[in-house]
Write a protein that binds this ligand. Sequence first.
Ligand code: PHE
Length: 466
Amino acid sequence: MVYKAVFLDIRHKEMKERENFGSKMAVILAMAGSAVGLGNIWRFPYIAGENGGAAFIIVYALASFFLALPIFFAESIIGRRSRANTFGAMKTLAPGTHWKWLGLITVLTPLLILSYYSVVGGWSIEYLFKALAFDFTGAPPDKISGFFGSFISKAWEPIIMHTVFVGATTVIVLMGVKNGIERFSKITMPALFVLIVAIAVYGCTLPGAGKGVAYLLKPDFSKLSGSAVASAIGQAFFSLSLGVGTILVYASYMRKEENIFSAGAYTTIADFLFAIIAGFAIMPAVFAAGIEPGAGPGLVFETLPFIFNQMGASVPWLSATVAILFFLTILVAALTSSISLMEVGVSYLIENTKLGRKMATVLTGVFVWVLGIICSLSFGPMSGLLIGGENFFGALDKLCSNWLMPFGGLLFTIFVGWKMRKADVADEFTNGGTCNRGIFKVVYFLIRYVAPVGIIVVFITAILGL
Ligand code: PHE
């Protein structure tokens, strides 16, 4: 078990230096590493742009703290109580019931997500190469705006980059993340944060940026349809890695002494801040560059080169350095998320079939790779294939984020709120009554009533097309 290795290491350290801050931080960093990724930098700005900006962001904030966070707690309680993968958790806590199907759905969804996530991961690799070649600094602005469209509509190049990304994810999951990505991400995550703040500050100074700031701060509730609300909730789930068992699997490696409440709260706050700052890094520049905020999945990739190009006009070396560091850290952030997606499937295969880690990881990698190829081609040769008005990539993303993730989250809250004994839930959340006793009542209410009712209401409004 890759993550078992990480957390066993943490446990080992803690046995030596009891209750040390560093190891608590390691759990939070692992969860935050999964949460912070392309969802914040790539997905959040364009989904906010498609759904009207500020009003969407308010719903997204409410969804993050009142729907997603309780589900974070529910998944953590299930994971740490059962100490198993999603399927094993259901079999342990509710033996002989249909709950095992929830365990199975949450094995499949992360793999569907990973297939298109890897395509975007591939785009980031391409942009890293472009940054290394100083493409953003030297080229005339009109050429730069065409980069993205011409790249994704090609057949081979994006598939090659997708292959590299899936390959990297597979290798890391295969080898273990302890010495590589975890240590690396401890340095790069703060670096990414600093870079994105710097880009946000710079972006806000560009001529014409004021409209973008207003777009993020002045809500227009008339644009808020049922499907926009569903998208806001879907974004909260996607960004916090919820409803697909990732947090459940991570929590299964958490020590009994660790505080579920603070892990959830810190992860949610960090993830939320990252998304909002990414919004401020991108949206003012979107307006400054005259790009449509609803331009879709290419938004960040069309906007960033514009920012780097403008920067390059004044200080070329700085712009090139920022561009290289930026795409490198995005790539690392994407990898700390993609490995967590792959691990859910791999841990299931290892613990429930006869496959060893090697075979399980390779099989999962091949599945994701093949499906990802279709996603990649759906921007080029297969763009004619539309499902509900979306290309294959978009349709798969909508299915996962707006439906399967909230559905998984709904069932996790019902499981903890209605199926598990309250005493067990309280015991797990309060570490045997030693912490968080005051907040438990509120959290239990959110898990039992607010989160499930909220999700069901949104499902109904979205289905009825309100
Ligand atoms: N939360 C990750 C991101 O924002 C994506 C992810 C979704 C990871 C679901 C794991 C599970 O990039």
